[in-house]
Ligand binder design. Sequence first.
Ligand code: NAD
Length: 445
Amino acid sequence: MDIAVIGTGYVGLVTGAGLADFGNDVICVDIDTSKIEALQSGKIPIYEPGLEAIVARNVEEGRLRFSTDLADAIGRSRAIFIAVGTPPLPDGSADLRYVAEVARSIARLMKGPKLVITKSTVPIGTGRMIEEIIAESDHKHPALVVSNPEFLREGSAIEDFMRPDRVVIGASDPAAVELMREIYAPLHAIDIPFVVTNVESAELIKYAANGFLATKISFINEVAVLCELMGGDVQDVAKGMGLDSRIGSKFLQAGPGFGGSCFPKDTAAVADIARRYGYEFRIIDAVMDVNRRIKERMVQKVTDATGDPSGKVIGVLGLAFKPETDDMRDSPTIPLLNGLQRLGAVIRAYDPEAMSNARSIFSDVTFCGDAYETADGCDALVIATEWNEFRALNLQRIKKAMRSPVIVDLRNLYDPKKMKEEGFEYSSVGRPPAMPVRTSAKVGE
Ligand code: NAD
């Protein structure tokens, strides 16, 4: 099928490449000309494992193209995926201006019947809004509007797109469902479950799923606080909980709070949607509140380890919100570094892929070439993102480089006992410190 994907960011580019790999003819469109020019010359503007190869293969085989020409892309495509950003507005609601703009462009430029599919994460009612925008324009062509939310995770986006847990299709017209089944036929063939429902339910599935996952993270982060206060080990607690098949072990890793481009904005958006319908979604409100406090607590955790951070040199390993991505959006390292800098700390930092994005966010940070350079002269080293290369550091080399051997491991990558043997003063999340650090912070203080 001829397909246009409007918006060539993390989701649009993976969607375009994946749909092309399924055998469709795909044009990816973006208003960002530098992004499209880079893609046209074979450069991938984001870091995502496996993306370069799948893009190159499909471009070479003639199924995938990149363009800024929206009229041409809309004109020649039967199906149009909207994959533009839906960033949060100051009140937490999703900013739908990009989605509305694309819908208006489709209405203006369509010259025949179209299937219009929302891939972006959008509030309940957006499908109807798109239908209305298209219906109000003066062309005579029908448009079938579908909600097809995306569940890929940055860092494993290709695998997630090619083998998702499920495909959600929200549509009111059976013809739209049939066309969606055609587009995703290779997934049907490998028995991926399809959830077919109305547009509103599909829109809500995405927010409810992300809200639930964020709840799991905030929940285990509060269990970690209890462990610190009571002398437990959150990893053992999480294991004991997760082996219960009703709970499951995923998303039970305690850490510095959730970040990234989805959970913070999607929890805020679902709380906002509920409020607009006159309901307080109290669990989600609490999840967001806990996440804020957990992030503050991480600053306290570092200062517990260093003492007054003023003038102290603190190295930070990992800046992206998770490993295997260069995405810095809402990374927990942002409040961490800002908080430490406000207290007078001098920051050195390194991330394998997110440095160029990080440079535009932080000021007065010395960016280093690797973990060892970062450790050089540090009073404390903070492990903030669980990149694999931080799991097997040469600890004696790190120790030699540091002014004092203090490690604050916000991702629980190391065994406290081993760190003690290696001569470190080591603290982590929800586990007993290897050497007593002064006091442990209380949430909310
Ligand atoms: P992104 O910011 O990486 O990409 C959005 C792209 O849309 C940008 O390249 C931007 O230039 C382009 N754009 C904006 N207006 C446009 C227009 N009028 N015409 C053409 N292009 C336009 O965003 P993203 O991370 O890919 O997220 C896109 C959507 O997918 C969001 O709603 C997000 O919530 C959702 N989502 C994201 C993820 C994720 O992990 N990033 C996962 C699932 C769902």
